[in-house]
Design a protein around this ligand. Sequence first.
Ligand code: SF4
Length: 321
Amino acid sequence: MSEALLEVRHLKKYFPITAGLLNRTVGHVKAVDNISLTIRPGETFGLVGESGSGKSTVGRTILRLHDKTDGEVRFKGISVHDLSKTEMNKLRPQMQLIFQDPYSSLNPRIRIGDAIGEALLDHGLAAKEDIPGYVMEVMESCGLSAYHYNRFPHEFSGGQRQRIGIARALALRPEFIIADEPVSALDVSIQAQIINLFQKLQHTKGLTYLFISHDLSVVEHLCNRIGVMYLGSMMETAPRDELFLRPLHPYTKALLSAIPVPIPKLKRERIVLKGDIPSPANPPSGCKFHTRCPYAVAQCKEETPEFRQAGNDHYVACHLV
Ligand code: SF4
């Protein structure tokens, strides 16, 4: 098995809650609370969970867009949070982020070709005269045409804007891309096109992805391995087929039961979770999922389950497994 491209160990990201005239810290939002994961070169790791589970904060802390509270992030063996600002700027092109809404990051007055090329200039990765030709190549590989180069962001549809977001990231020749809910705002037919584009680019450019989504059915076709997060913690990780065929954690089972399936006899009994996800500022004691878990026993309220191996490359945090 190849060495890890990305290793995250016991990562924590707490945001302070302040109050009073002196802005004293009175508590913390535990957005990411002891997350570990490994991503191998060429792999797509899917990170799923409800909104508010901390998935996006994991992505941003890996890229050091947030400082960590504790733990470690290693990219190709380099401890990302220990780098100086200059060293981090050098590394940044290799680790790129694609947003759910690329439009918000585009200046409405800058032409698309210039928007895609500007980071190349910022990082000194290309001479000014070489940029238009190279940007057009990248645009074409993302399903855009050369005549789009001089257009403005408002002239594009949602799917095309996501292609622009992908082209902007790709222009820097990254090895690793974090895609944060990149298809959530798109129609189902456009979602499929963008997912196909992610797959094509992975094969042609040898990319490695961390694909963040609230929807297990979206990650099903794209990911080799999947991690399920709840309230800042990892509940289960497994290879994709193993997770879909043999889910072990009650939360994963509930998420899977909500996916519509075309063949009625394959349909799982729907598990409806009671209540909403609790606040990460005041997470439940013991197993964080115990307030909504249909199988909770007394031990679940007292003791935090260990995240332990339950099969080949299959890990789960539940007292009953
Ligand atoms: Fe449910 Fe208890 Fe397992 Fe948590 S540890 S998932 S509450 S059974």
